[in-house]
Design a protein around this ligand. Structure first.
Ligand code: NCD
Length: 299
């Protein structure tokens, strides 16, 4: 059984991205009125157990399942955790009712119970401030679709590096692909490490020095619900002026004051395209979960 809990080894990222591209092509053909069938989830049921707020991750997984002719059941707000049931009992129980499940909680996967007791594959849809592997795959797919590559990029990450789980997963994958990171905000936790190719920027002035060389500017909000405390940052006209014309401005969303909607029409600002890409990427993930051969190693 194949769980997707953490990002560990993306040596077969190419294969994954090409599957996501195939799914994306199918969706575009359908958007253009072509009747292209993909029913690999037929007679399968996906459970979504999102115990933290979620718009993109939950909806895109549910949409991905629906677009492959599968069905979805989701946990109700009035579930038995209100009676004091443990998270591990809830997960074990739900795993008996579905063929795969996506779980999002405030607690780390280590608190999800013993994977050997799960009856179906479990996908991490965000565990506290630790990881968010499927968002990182969505981010990398978006970069690859736009720039045609994901190796050797200059990536500035601004915002809540300490509590932002999307950043942890993104850095943890792209560090294997010669990324040069420029970090501005609070600090990455030790577990996610600083890598050889990391420059920590001390001030916004330092940021102005590096922006002209950046391929991807990745913003995140402060994770206030987890006590996050990143310095206040707001993308400005000044930043946009010196960012290369072929760079990308990305954000896992939702956004707060760091990213003013006045920039939405700038062709470099692709965060809504990024969230749209969540569907083909999660279609590819679901397909992968049910494949027999171990094409990708994502432990
Ligand atoms: C992120 C998350 O939940 O970690 N959202 C998402 O899934 N796209 C980012 C955030 O909440 O700031």
């Amino acid at each position: 059984m194949r769980n997707l809990l953490k990002v560990r080894d993306f040596s077969a990222l190419d294969t994954f991205l090409s599957k996501a591209s195939d799914m994306d092509r199918i969706l575009s053909l359908r958007e253009n009125g072509h009747d292209v069938a993909i029913d690999s989830m037929k007679s399968r049921v996906l459970g979504t157990l999102h115990l933290e707020p979620s718009t993109r991750t939950q909806m895109s997984f549910e949409s991905a399942m629906a677009r492959m002719d599968g069905k979805v059941v989701r946990i109700a707000d009035n579930n038995s955790s209100l009676k004091g049931e443990s998270l591990s009992d809830t997960i074990q129980t739900m795993s008996q009712y579905v063929d795969a499940m996506v779980v999002r909680t405030t607690s780390y996967i280590e608190k999800w119970g013993d994977p050997k007791k799960w009856d179906c594959p479990v996908i991490n849809g965000g565990d506290g401030d630790a990881e968010h592997p499927t968002q990182a795959l969505t981010d990398i797919y978006t970069i690859y679709k736009r720039l045609g590559e994901y190796s050797g990029l200059n990536i500035a990450i601004i915002g809540d590096l300490e509590k932002g789980r999307t950043v942890h997963s993104l850095v943890n994958i792209l560090r294997y692909f010669d990324a040069q990171f420029f970090l501005y905000g609070n600090d990455l936790p030790d577990t996610y490490g600083r890598y050889a190719n990391t420059v920590v920027l001390e001030s916004e002035d330092d940021l102005f020095d590096v922006l002209p060389e950046i391929d991807v500017l990745y913003l995140t909000r402060t994770q206030f619900e987890r006590g996050g405390s990143a310095p206040l940052f707001q993308l400005s006209e000044g930043h946009m002026e010196i960012l290369p014309h072929d760079s990308l401005v990305m954000h896992p969303m939702p956004r707060t004051s760091e990213l003013n909607p006045k920039f939405d029409d700038d062709p470099r600002c692709i965060y809504f395209e990024q969230s749209k890409n969540g569907v083909p990427v999660r279609m590819a993930i679901l397909d992968w979960i049910f494949e027999d051969d171990k094409l990708y190693i994502i432990a």
